[in-house]
Design a protein around this ligand. Structure first.
Ligand SMILES: [Zn+2]
Length: 378
């Protein structure tokens, strides 16, 4: 077994253990609800290349995605913002999601740029763009509001074509950001591995449709219409099936992770410490400790008082490291260059430290997680 297989094996063991405890008490009152949002439609064709229109492609992918989910995730509720060729204003798309208290919002789009050789998929979460390129994508997608009646009132004077308008996204406090990034990373990974697409990474930009949703939300750019090959791929039945299947798998895995986390939470609140598993094996923690550049750790706590990082002080966790980071001491656990692995480790210690979170480092200095993820996906 390689390291990741071992991780999965150990992790699966924990999940099994917990599911025995949690069984019967974890009855969700509402089905897990996914909003599928094929962009554009009706009078708005989106990007157009020769006879190929973005609105048709993303509807095709969206309908296939819904079918895969119905077949394979029967307990998931699927809601479309549009399931035919009609124009739906951006704010209504978000309202549909909020009204239905959805758990996920997936907006589907296709890209277009002035350089025909550029190809690949990218998945966006809400935030301030870090590059002009990302800003351009948001501008293009947001420009659809110009087709809406009275857009100036609806969007409070937001001008989709003015760069200044986008400064407001710097102030966005998105409580679902990390979950959105999780899903976006999963989608990109599936695009690459399942559909063989070029992975342009998880990105951030100011999309109005994401701004108004109140759940983890992503905007998928499934490929470039400005590239002849990719346009034809996205326009083909096979291409759409691969892309939809990749997104389906990402949603399935994301939901699986959420479900196991809620089992943990239940366990943490309902059972005695005796049920809490022993600390994860040493091997998992040190397996990738020899890494250059970017790596991830889990921050367990921060204190103003100096505490010895011994197992007795950290609920049995060994190899906790203390770092003095003025004005406090911080305590870190695990170390790996793989974001997936650090997520798995975090999932294991959630029962012990429900508020633990992932921190990214570069050359032993902390850097924003988003920046680290970007570096991993150039
Ligand atoms: Zn679009």
């Amino acid at each position: 077994m390689n390291i990741s297989q071992k991780l999965i094996f150990v992790f699966a063991g924990f999940v099994f253990l917990f599911s025995q405890v949690a069984q019967g008490t974890n009855t969700p009152d509402k089905p897990f609800t996914v909003i599928i949002d094929p962009g554009h439609g009706g009078k708005d064709p989106g990007a157009v290349f020769k006879q190929i229109r973005e609105k048709d492609i993303v509807l095709g992918i969206g309908l296939k995605l819904g079918n895969y989910m119905r077949e394979n995730l029967p307990d998931v509720k699927i809601i479309y913002t549009r399931d035919r060729d009609v124009f739906v204003p951006l704010h209504e798309r978000a309202e549909i999601a909020n009204k239905n208290k959805a758990d996920l919002f997936i907006s589907l789009h296709a890209n277009y740029c002035g350089t025909p050789s550029i190809t690949g998929t990218e998945t966006f979460v809400l935030g301030l763009h870090r590059t002009e390129e990302n800003l351009d994508v948001a501008k293009k997608e947001n420009a659809v509001i110009l087709m809406e009646d009275d857009y100036s009132t609806t969007y409070q004077g937001f001008d989709p074509n003015s760069s200044e308008s986008y400064i407001m996204f710097e102030m966005v406090q998105d409580e679902h950001l990390y979950q959105s990034i999780d899903l976006a990373a999963e989608i990109q990974s599936q695009f690459k591995n399942r559909a063989g697409r070029k992975d342009r990474g998880v990105k951030q930009a100011g999309f109005l449709v994401l701004r108004r949703t109140s759940m983890p939300s992503v905007l998928v750019e499934a490929g470039f219409l400005s590239n002849n090959y990719e346009a034809n791929y996205m326009n083909s039945d096979d291409g759409q099936a691969y892309l939809a299947s990749a997104i389906f798998r990402a949603v399935r895995d994301y939901k699986k992770a959420i479900d196991s986390k809620s089992d943990y939470k239940l366990l943490a609140s309902n059972t005695t410490t005796a049920a809490i598993p022993a600390a994860p094996k040493q091997e998992m923690i040190t397996s990738e400790s020899q890494v250059d550049g970017v790596y991830f750790r889990i921050q367990l706590a921060a204190t103003s008082k100096k505490i010895e990082p011994v197992a007795a002080n950290f609920k049995g966790l060994k190899d906790v490291e203390r770092k003095q980071m003025n004005p406090v001491y911080k305590y870190f656990y695990g170390k790996t260059s793989s974001f997936e692995e650090i997520q798995a480790i975090k999932n294991e210690i959630v029962p012990l430290y429900p508020d633990a979170f992932i921190v990214a480092f570069e050359q032993d200095e902390t850097i924003p997680l988003k920046k680290a993820l970007r570096k991993l996906k150039p």
